[in-house]
Ligand binder design. Structure first.
Ligand code: NOJ
Ligand code: MG
Length: 604
């Protein structure tokens, strides 16, 4: 009993507690028949879904130009239905000169030509919705392409657009007044000054990313209004929500608060960075400014009223912010009761864990999110995206099934970056083939790999034919990773045990009440193995045992009260000696390096 209450006490959603408490009150009367099942409070569509990130350029090419496109995505929707995911988030598909592959938008209201037409988009949405898949778009509010009409108008000081971007006069050198100095020492995320000189306006403009990505001025009400127009436009076209890009960068320090000048940032003291590299200064005037949260709360208000007025399903907003835990949690909402994003992405597993982490590191990092998360909010788990090393490369290749199991068994929303379901690893991209602006701007043939995001963006491996079935063209915008003959979807569908099959059973398992509504219990059993238990009275209990170490490990499960015999294997990693239906002894179980087992235990 004690452990039951303890577990319920730390549960994610108050949602299930209500049901459990109601259930427990009636126990006395039904003692010999056992407790009745708790009422499973219905969840909104997004609260327990699996979101699958598509990087459109690299998912599927339908017209043979070597570049993925919308029709390609539409033809592969069956794969997404097959693996059981609930929503897709597509990285930007809007008109763009592609300096940052779509994160530099020149027309926020139209589809990028290489990706297709508005009709292709409409067809994709229509088909996806018919298949029960939600569609999330990428909302890029921080900046626009320097080719956008907004920027052209602002350059020309057209009324209404004059302050659309952050313009600043040069700083004067008191010793040489003919010298033009940048307004401040701020450094862009892709290296070099955030300030770029415009001959036309005889002023600097600010860009926190590439110089072709010009930062909007969020202190201009016209910008705020335009952002809502864009949001509404795609809601009207059927988008079910947005991933919101680079929100930490929405505001920079206001000269009005600093004696009329843009204040220099102190140096960070990081000796490993060169003076033109991001992080060389503290970034205290360029990131996580408190004003930005008002904008997030404003957007949430807008999406909630949209839902209300149009009687639509919930339109969700997911914030992308690499911030410390406190500032991250503020994206959920504030103590005054204002709601923010439905969730900020949880990058803790990317930032704080690796293939060298111990079981305790895993437990600590996972619990950190759940500890700081405000009550009643929904958690989420991210292992990779188009900006990060792929999951099997960052961890170890024998950890793929364990990582996917973790993602699917933890409470809340699971997020999958395309290819994680088949364990795709980083591709090799030579310096000559490198196209990522972050690497091209800051790198050279010797060090570009430390900046390049291309290895995580190589095309999806459908099969072992030309270009891994991604394109009929043997030349693709980024090279195909060399391991595609071994690691591809078709092969994994045909093999008896594969990452794909493990992934599919895991997603399917999420229908179990223990996973959708149960409490969680997480504990390191040894230095390298931890257990995650999902439990709800009267239903089967599920537990993940995961040896994250690189040697075999034996664990004792006999003292874990929530686990009752018989413990049967429901899912096992492909290199495990165990198969479905095997029983595991509570007295002692030995797991190979990287092995993961999802066990089913009878109800308590
Ligand atoms: C975050 C995106 O994920 C990344 O790819 C992009 O370069 C920056 N934001 C700027 O938009
Ligand atoms: Mg194409």
């Amino acid at each position: 009993m004690v452990s039951f209450w303890k577990v319920v006490g730390i549960t994610v959603g108050a949602i299930l507690v209500v049901g459990a408490v109601v259930g427990s009150l009636t126990w006395g009367f039904l003692a010999n028949r056992g407790p009745p099942p708790p009422e499973l409070v219905p969840l909104d569509w997004w609260e327990h879904t699996v979101i699958y990130q598509i990087y459109p350029r690299s998912f599927k090419d339908s017209d043979g130009d070597g570049i993925g496109d919308l029709k390609g995505i539409t033809t592969q929707l069956d794969h997404l239905v097959d693996i059981g995911i609930g929503a897709i988030w597509m990285s930007p598909i809007f008109v763009s000169p592609m300096v940052d592959f779509g994160y530099d938008i020149s027309d926020f209201y139209n589809i990028h030509e290489e990706y297709g037409t508005m009709a292709d988009f409409e067809e994709l949405v229509h088909k996806a919705h018919n298949l029960g898949l939600k569609i999330l778009l990428d909302y890029v509010p921080n900046h626009a392409s320097d080719q956008s009409e907004y920027f052209k108008r602002s350059l020309a000081r057209e009324p209404g657009y004059e302050n659309f971007f952050v313009w600043a006069d040069p700083k004067l050198n008191p010793n040489n007044i003919s010298e033009r100095l940048v307004p401040s020492n701020w450094i862009s995320e892709f290296g070099g000054s955030v300030w770029e000189w415009s001959e036309t306006r005889q002023q600097y403009y600010l860009h926190q990313f590439a110089k072709e990505q010009v930062d909007f001025n969020f202190r201009d009400p016209a910008v705020r209004a335009e952002m809502l127009n864009i949001m509404e436009y795609w809601f009207n076209k059927g988008a079910d929500g947005y991933r919101v890009d680079a929100v930490a960068h929405l505001f920079e320090a206001d000269p009005n608060d600093h004696g009329g000048v843009y204040p220099d940032e102190p140096l960070s003291g990081n000796m490993f960075l060169r003076p033109n590299e991001t992080g060389y200064t503290t970034q205290e005037y360029t990131r996580h400014l408190i004003e930005l949260y008002d904008v997030i709360y404003e957007w949430r208000n807008f999406s909630d009223s949209y839902k209300e007025q149009n009687k639509s399903d919930t339109k969700i907003l997911l914030a992308e912010a690499y911030a410390n835990i406190t500032m991250t949690m503020l994206y959920y909402g504030d103590e005054a009761g204002r709601d923010g994003a439905h969730f900020p992405f949880n990058f803790e597993l990317i930032n704080s864990l690796s293939g060298k982490s111990s079981a305790r590191d895993f437990v600590y990092v996972i619990k950190r999110w759940l500890t700081y998360m405000p009550a009643g909010r929904i958690a989420n788990w991210v292992f990779g995206n188009h900006d990060q090393m792929r999951m099997p490369t960052r961890f170890r290749v024998n950890m793929v099934d364990g990582m996917n199991s973790l993602s699917m068994l933890l409470p809340g929303v699971a997020i999958t970056y395309q290819g994680e379901e088949i364990g795709m690893r980083d591709g090799y991209v030579s310096w000559e083939d490198t196209v990522d602006v972050a690497a091209c701007n800051q790198g050279n043939p010797d060090n570009y790999m430390q900046y390049s995001r291309d290895p995580a963006r190589t095309p999806f491996h459908w099969d072992n034919t030309t270009s891994a079935g991604f394109s009929t063209n043997a030349t693709t915008w980024l090279p195909i990773a060399q391991d595609y003959m071994e690691i591809n979807l078709r092969k994994q569908q045909e093999t008896e045990r594969s990452h794909y099959k493990v992934y599919k059973s895991l997603v399917n398992l999420r229908k179990e009440p223990a996973l959708s509504h149960g409490s969680y219990h997480l504990q390191a059993l040894t230095e390298s193995t931890f257990i995650l238990i999902r439990h709800i009275i009267t239903y089967d209990t599920y537990a993940l045992l995961f040896n994250v170490g690189d040697v075999e490990d034996t664990v004792d499960l006999s003292t874990i009260a929530l686990l009752r015999d018989p413990l049967t294997v429901h899912v096992s990693s492909i290199h495990s000696s165990r198969v479905n239906g095997d029983t595991v002894s509570r007295g002692g179980a030995t797991l190979r390096a990287g092995e993961a087992l999802v066990l089913r235990a009878p109800p308590t």
